[in-house]
Design a protein around this ligand. Structure first.
Ligand code: 13P
Length: 259
């Protein structure tokens, strides 16, 4: 049996100064201590990446960027490249977040270029996919998600695809307090795993870590994590305070062992 090490990731979006990021991580590491059976990923703002890296000293704690550009360098004012993120000590890069797609107009094609650039630099993409409310109500959830995955994973090697992390974040559940039910999330996660089995291969798909994101809170994390194909959480609002994020990290499920 393949074990999928759970990932609990904090996406801080455009919140927290450098000082605020440092005190959060210092407190969190102090309270949680080293973790072996799960990974804790923090995605602060670009400006706080290096400071957070220098402070991260606990096994199991990893650093992520929230976005990147696909070129290594060039005249792209305001953009950050993967070599720069590698230089800042990142392990992961969030790619194709719905706010990138829907607020900043990022296309499937651009998301694919970013995924390939992240892998080329030895980092791991956390690829976000998910449908809008309109798309769900029209019955297009699976079509949207499979289109986003196919475009983003175009040309990946088997080795790259086996390291990919996917996050299903239904747009209607992000920042709305309206979480997908564990059953709704599981249904799409299973679809994603099956979809990846045909896109890559069955073994790769079995080992892929699929995160859920969208109004994850201390009171719904356990039920979500108990689902067979949910391997972690990508948390926005509830990751901004130590007590709530700590409780999410310390999820416990009776139904499914995380060991
Ligand atoms: P919320 O947890 O605030 O709904 O945000 C989810 C998200 O976008 C994480 O990437």
């Amino acid at each position: 049996m393949q074990t999928r090490i759970p990932i609990i990731a904090a996406n801080w979006k455009m919140y927290k100064t450098i000082d605020e990021s440092i005190s959060f991580v210092a407190q969190l590491q102090g309270e949680v201590g080293p973790v072996e059976d799960r990974e804790v990923v923090i995605a602060p703002s670009f400006t706080a990446l290096q400071a957070v890296r220098q402070l991260m000293n606990m096994p199991g704690f990893k650093l992520a960027a929230q976005n990147c550009h696909w070129e290594d360098k060039g005249a792209f004012t305001g953009e950050i490249s993967c070599p720069m993120l590698q230089d800042a000590g990142c392990d992961y890069v969030i790619v194709g977040h719905s706010e990138r797609r829907h607020v900043f107009g990022e296309t499937d094609d651009e998301t694919g270029k970013k995924v390939r650039a992240v892998f080329q630099k030895g980092l791991v993409p956390i690829l976000c996919v998910g449908e809008t409310l309109e798309e769900r109500e029209a019955g297009n959830t699976f079509d949207v998600v499979s289109r986003q995955i196919a475009a983003a994973c175009l040309g990946l090697s088997r080795e790259e695809s086996s390291r990919l992390v996917l996050a299903y974040e239904p747009v209607w559940a992000i920042g709305t307090g309206k979480t997908a039910t564990p059953e709704q999330a599981q249904e799409v996660h299973l679809f994603i795993r099956d979809n990846c089995a045909s896109l890559f291969d069955k073994d790769v798909a079995k080992g892929l870590r699929l995160l859920y994101g969208g109004s994850v809170k201390p009171d719904n994390v356990d039920a979500l994590m108990a689902q067979e194909d949910i391997d972690g959480m990508l948390v926005g609002g509830a990751s901004l305070e130590v007590p709530s994020f700590k409780r999410i990290i310390q999820f416990h499920t009776r139904e499914k062992s995380t060991q």
